[in-house]
Design a binder for this molecule. Structure first.
Ligand SMILES: [Zn+2]
Length: 257
């Protein structure tokens, strides 16, 4: 008898606040959500436990773990960024004054070389936990689990076919080749999974954040080296030319609007 037991991450909306988004590089209306882990047996929920709170930017979709209690007030309904700032985070501009001044200098092109490298590295570093969280909920792990299950069945069938003296050789070779091919696909998908998820979930955010910087390829390489030195594995997921092209495409799209 197969016992279908598992766990899922569910999101529950908590309300709306204004917060600085490091991807949009400005204050935005954000949705606060509670992340809950639900354990289920035969799809019937058995227990529910809050594991984190997350803040999602309504403009770019970037989400980060955060403590909801840091906001004195959380609005029940969505409102304009200006209205949410006044009601939920009215001292935000004073608190992040230096950051806003930095963003003004970034937009006017007056950052030093070191500041530019830091400004390129920041969204890449922020993208790492975002990509990992999205991938965990995105279903790519469950697709691999299904393929591994299919491979196990294929191996059993192949073993039965090979051991049966009545089965012609061509069928044994076909069954063996089929299982080997499936194994090769699983190995390829596992090896490239992080890069595929990074391109899917992370590259659009990185492009948006870097577009106002017009980053050169050598600057992106330096930012990625910095991340490698600080042991952030995100440096392996992106190629400098991909980031450069994505940022340029985003900038062109924005200017043509
Ligand atoms: Zn944003």
């Amino acid at each position: 008898m197969i016992i279908l037991f598992g766990r899922k991450t569910k999101e529950r909306p908590l309300g709306w606040v204004a917060e600085f988004c490091p991807i949009c590089r400005e204050i935005q209306a954000c949705e606060l959500r509670s992340l809950e882990r639900v354990f289920h047996l035969y799809l019937v929920p058995l227990s529910r436990r809050q594991i984190a709170e997350e803040l999602i930017c309504t403009e770019c979709g970037y989400g980060a773990r955060i403590a909801a209690k840091q906001f004195r007030y959380v609005a029940e309904k969505r409102a304009s960024t200006h209205a949410l700032e006044a009601s939920t985070n009215d001292d935000l501009r004073a608190v992040i004054h230096d950051r806003l001044a930095f963003e003004s200098r970034l937009k006017s092109g007056s950052l030093s070389h070191e500041e530019r490298i830091d400004a390129i590295a920041e969204p890449l570093a922020l993208a790492q936990p975002y990509i990992e969280n999205r991938a965990r909920r995105g279903g790519s792990e469950s697709m691999l689990a299904v393929l591994i299950f299919v491979l196990m069945i294929a191996c059993v069938v192949t073993a039965v076919v090979i051991l049966d003296p009545q089965v012609p050789n061509w069928l044994k070779i076909t069954a063996g080749a089929g299982s080997s091919g499936l194994l090769a696909v699983i190995i390829y998908l596992s090896a490239t999974q992080s890069r595929r998820e990074a391109r899917r979930f992370g590259l659009p955010l990185v492009a948006r954040s870097l577009a106002p910087l017009h980053p050169r390829r050598d600057e992106i390489e330096q930012a990625l080296s910095k991340l490698r030195e600080s042991r952030k594995k995100v440096w392996k997921w992106f190629r400098p030319h991909e980031i450069e092209q994505a940022a340029e495409s985003f900038r062109r799209e924005e200017t043509s609007r």
